[in-house]
Design a protein around this ligand. Structure first.
Ligand code: F6P
Length: 319
């Protein structure tokens, strides 16, 4: 293995830069030339690829976003797009590609591998919705962003004796909502994996009100529904003054947490090691604090499971 490429794809996540840094530095450490692909698969098809050196990734471990930019590409889903990408990589002499992103990005990586071009996936998404890893890069930082925001919302909720519905990201997964809800002591957590009955949330709010509780926080995962509509329905059903905050893309930005930097460094470096060993079609991950790797097809075929023990605990603690 003499030349490899690296790209970031899909929604960006804090820690992607730390992963790019680990890929570049570990490749160079092993005497491999490394090329950065700009704008994800779009850039790969267009040949927007430049060699990276040790200094290319200096001073980025602490930066949010991705210095390689990111994109979601429809064209790359086609056979023609994938062939075009392989031709671009062959022109430069690349022999392997590291894809940092979420499940959509891994689908592309598995297609390239099937066509004979070895790829390794590195899970980078705030959603934590990938099987085969306990955590994805960016989840911890996004969680801390939400926790900080909800602490602030609770201050004003207390002062004004209001109910707040806070809508958080996560696509079809409830991890961000669940972890934040537990960390923030939310009165109710709504996740797509457990469609809690609207009526039970209303009854809980009413029970709290009867006990003299004047404010409440409901964390709603975006996969469950629209926060604004949910807030209106809660206000109508309870007669309690309700406000809605949709946290939106602030959850994707910011300097990565220490945990995400370490995770990204471990996974990025391992991805290079796998290519050196001649492996392709794998995804690196962390399980029980050990770096592991799995067949990328198996990762894509298996649905990520939210931790229902944590969900039950949050209900117990927010009676
Ligand atoms: O996958 C990351 C994520 O932030 C999801 O949580 C969210 O549903 C989606 O991306 C938003 O995508 P976009 O930035 O394209 O609106």
């Amino acid at each position: 293995m003499k030349k490899i490429g690296v790209l970031t794809s899909g929604g960006d996540a804090p820690g992607m830069n730390a992963a790019v840094r680990a890929v570049v530095r570990n490749a160079i450490y092993n005497d491999i030339e490394v090329y950065g692909v700009y704008n994800g698969y779009e850039g790969l098809m267009e040949g927007n690829i430049k060699q990276m050196v040790i200094g290319s990734v200096g001073d980025i471990i602490q930066r949010g976003g991705t210095i390689l930019y990111s994109a979601r590409s429809e064209k790359f889903k086609t056979d023609e797009g994938q062939q075009q990408a392989i031709e671009q990589m062959k022109k430069i002499g690349l022999e392997g590609l590291i894809v940092i992103g979420g499940d959509g990005s891994f689908r592309g990586a598995s297609k390239l591998t099937e066509k004979g071009f070895p790829c390794i996936g590195v899970p980078g998404t705030i959603d934590n919705d990938i099987s085969g890893t306990d955590y994805t890069i960016g989840f911890d930082t996004a969680l801390n962003t939400i926790v900080d925001a909800v602490d602030k919302i609770r201050d004003t909720a207390t002062s004004h004796e209001r109910t707040y519905v806070v809508e958080v990201m996560g696509r079809d997964a409830g991890d961000l909502a669940l972890w934040a809800g537990l960390a923030n002591g939310a009165e109710s957590i709504l996740i797509p994996e457990k469609t809690d009955n609207f009526e039970s949330v209303v009854q809980k709010l009413k029970r709290g009100q009867a006990r003299g509780k004047k404010h409440s926080i409901i964390i709603l995962a975006e996969g469950v529904g629209n926060g604004v509509e949910y807030g209106k329905a809660i206000e109508e059903a309870t007669n309690m003054e309700t406000r809605v905050t949709v946290l939106g893309h602030i959850q994707r930005g910011g300097s990565p947490s220490g945990y995400d930097r370490v995770l990204a460094s471990r996974l990025g470096a391992k991805a290079v090691d796998l290519l050196i060993e001649g492996k392709g079609g794998r995804m690196v991950g962390v399980e029980n604090n050990v770096v592991v790797h799995h067949d990328i097809h198996e990762v894509l075929a298996k649905k990520h499971q939210v931790n229902m023990n944590m969900y039950n605990l949050s209900n117990q603690l927010s009676i």
